[in-house]
Design a protein. Structure first.
Length: 336
């Protein structure tokens, strides 16, 4: 007898009505009301999360002034800083060998990630002082216990709020695609905040002046951006795996989050010391050493992520021949 089946249901014949005894379905008006209330509560909870995130985003943007949203120079800097992350997310998208993901879900995930990123901004700011007295050890603990888990969780939340529950999220690898898009949304809002903090908007009324003040930080953020896509690509892949393995959903989601958060925390921990040491030993400017470290670190874990996607792709193509012949013609466009 399956462990999730009641003993009565397991032994009863098909003619016995077990409604409200060992089984349930919507029959009465009260049942209908219960279904409606459940729908309302779940949708309301999502709405509360989105509204809270929107309020946080408005507060963050408001702290820089409305001019931030309309300054062409800031838009240019932001665009330049997100190009590498955008390219990486696009590569994850085209690596999906199954049916293409609808633009509506991709855009929704991107926008939701911009919103949910505000939760990370608040939590990181509020919890950082707790670790400061511990010095270097506290900083490492902060990266691994707070920054990594919190930022990867809010990016995964953006996927979970909408795309995950949609029927068009119909393959494990879709999780990696939406995870990467969520990472891109996070990069956009994070880069915007960093750029705004490093450009004195109150003194710069001309966009050209802002470009001169912000080009350095834009370059640095461009290096950090792809990492977010990679981390959430891992977490998203396991979210997809969890969707199609509901009996192990919880542990699978946790595995993805732990993996993503650990890689994230490791990057934050190593980037400063390794860059400084490499710059001193090799005798190159720190920005060159930083570029080398970022390429090596993100390249290594990016390779692992794409190898995982490739394994899914290979298995998909190998098993495709077992599908119904009427389905196969629709899949030929995704071959090499």
């Amino acid at each position: 007898m399956p462990p999730d089946e009641d003993p009565i249901a397991a032994r009863a014949d098909d003619d016995r009505d077990l409604y409200d005894i060992a089984s349930w379905e919507e029959r009465t008006s009260l049942d209908g009301l219960s279904v409606a209330l459940h729908w309302l509560v779940t949708r309301s909870a999502k709405a509360v999360v989105v509204l809270a995130a929107l309020a946080g985003l408005i507060a963050i943007l408001g702290s820089f002034g409305l001019g931030l949203l309309f300054d062409p120079a800031i838009a240019v800097l932001l665009g330049l800083s997100t190009v590498p992350a955008l390219a990486l997310a696009a590569y994850v998208y085209v690596s999906d060998v199954t049916t293409g993901e609808p633009p509506s879900l991709l855009v929704a995930t991107f926008l939701l990630s911009i919103l949910t990123a505000t939760f990370a901004a608040v939590l990181n700011s509020e919890l950082r002082p707790l670790f400061r007295p511990l010095g270097l050890v506290g900083l490492v603990l902060f990266f691994f216990l707070i920054v990594g888990p919190v930022e990867e969780s809010v990016k995964l939340l953006a996927v979970r709020l909408y795309a995950y529950t949609d029927a068009r999220f119909d393959a494990v690898v879709d999780g990696a695609v939406y995870g990467a898009v969520a990472g891109l949304g996070f990069v956009v809002i994070e880069n915007l905040v960093y750029i705004a903090q490093n450009v004195e908007l109150g003194e710069l009324t001309l966009g050209v002046a802002a470009l001169g003040a912000g080009d350095g930080i834009a370059a640095l953020r461009a290096l950090a951006g792809p990492g977010h896509v990679i981390y959430s690509g891992f977490a998203g892949y396991y979210l997809g795996l969890a969707k199609f393995n509901p009996e192990h959903r919880g542990p699978i989601v946790i595995k993805g989050l732990v993996l993503a958060a650990a890689i994230h925390g490791l990057y934050n921990t190593l980037v400063g010391p390794v860059t400084a040491v490499a710059s001193t030993l090799v005798g190159v400017p720190q920005v060159v050493a930083l570029f080398g470290f970022v390429v090596a670190f993100q390249g290594a874990f990016g390779y692992v992520l794409f190898r995982k996607i490739r394994r899914y792709r290979d298995a998909y193509l190998e098993t495709r021949d077992t599908l119904d012949p009427e389905v196969k013609p629709e899949l030929t466009e995704f071959e090499d």
